[in-house]
Design a protein around this ligand. Structure first.
Ligand code: HPA
Length: 236
C-alpha cells in the first residue's frame, strides 16, 4: 500500500505516531530512543521510522513545516494508515513570560486565521481543541515523571515572516502562550476523522527577550519533551 505522499506498508505504521517537524529530528529520535528500528518512509526525505520504546510499538513520522504539510501527512496517516493517536512534538516562539526558552507547553487549543479547516470540511471556527483523552494521559505522565509543563493555547500561523505583528495584542486578544505553524491542521484532521491528537511544544525562542541557549542545552530540553511523549504512549 502507498498514498500520494507515503510509501509505507500499512502494517509498518503503528497506530501511535509521534510527529516532529524536522525529518532530521525523526532520525535523532529513532536512533536515540527506539530499538528494533525500521525505516518506513523516505518519500521527499520525510524519514519515518517504526520501532519499540520499552516494548511499545511507535512510529516517528515528520510533519514538515506549516499547516499544509502537517495537513497532508496527518490526513493520510489517520485516513489511510489506521493511525489512532498523533502527538506533535515541536517548537514554538513564546509570547508569554510564563513560558521561557526550553520550557514545555501542552497545547489546549490551537487558534488560527488559516483557511485549512474551512477548506477541509467547511469548519469555520478559528479554534480547535486537542484530544481530552490524550492530553489527560500526557498531563498525568508529566506529573508522575516530574516534568514541568505549562498548559495553554497556541496561535498557529501560516506565515513565519509576517508583515507586521504585535505579540502583546495577539497574546491578550487571543489568550495564547505562543506561536507555531502546524497544530491547527493536525487538530482539525483529528476532529474530522474522530481520532486523538495532542501537541507538546518546546519553547525555542521568545518575543520578549533574546536569551540564547547552547545547542547542548537545546538538545536537553528537546529530549525531555521527547521522553514525555514516549512515556505517555506507555499509558495508551
Ligand atoms: N513563529 C512561528 N513558528 C515558530 C516560531 C515563530 O517564532 N518559533 C518556532 N516555531
Amino acid at each position: 500500500m502507498s498514498t500520494v505522499h507515503i510509501e509505507s506498508m500499512k502494517e509498518d505504521i503503528s497506530n501511535i505516531v509521534l510527529m516532529p517537524g524536522d525529518p532530521k529530528r525523526s532520525d535523532y529520535i529513532a536512533n536515540k530512543f527506539l530499538t528494533n528500528v525500521k525505516m518506513v518512509n523516505n518519500v521527499r526525505g520525510m524519514n519515518a521510522y517504526t520501532g519499540l520504546y520499552k516494548n511499545k510499538r511507535i512510529t516517528i513520522f515528520p510533519s514538515g513545516m506549516g499547516n499544509p504539510s502537517m495537513g497532508i501527512y496527518s490526513y493520510e496517516l489517520f485516513k489511510e494508515y489506521g493511525v489512532d493517536y498523533i502527538i506533535r512534538i515541536g517548537s514554538c516562539g513564546s509570547y508569554d513570560k510564563k513560558v521561557n526558552v526550553n520550557d514545555i507547553i501542552l497545547v489546549n487549543k490551537s487558534i488560527s486565521e488559516s483557511t485549512y479547516a474551512k477548506s477541509l470540511d467547511n469548519y469555520d471556527k478559528k479554534e480547535v481543541c486537542s484530544s481530552n483523552k490524550l492530553n489527560n494521559i500526557i498531563y498525568h505522565t508529566a506529573i508522575n515523571n516530574k516534568n514541568n509543563i505549562t498548559i495553554g493555547n497556541i496561535y498557529s500561523s501560516d506565515v513565519f515572516y509576517e508583515k507586521e505583528y504585535d505579540y502583546n495584542k495577539r497574546k491578550l486578544n487571543l489568550n495564547v502562550l505562543g506561536i507555531e505553524m502546524e497544530t491547527f491542521a493536525l487538530f482539525n484532521n483529528a476532529r474530522k476523522f474522530n481520532k486523538d491528537a495532542s501537541c507538546l511544544l518546546t519553547v525555542s525562542d521568545t518575543f520578549y527577550d533574546s536569551e540564547m541557549l547552547s545547542s547542548e542545552e537545546r538538545e536537553k530540553g528537546l529530549d525531555e519533551m521527547i521522553l514525555l511523549a514516549l512515556e505517555s504512549t506507555l499509558n495508551l
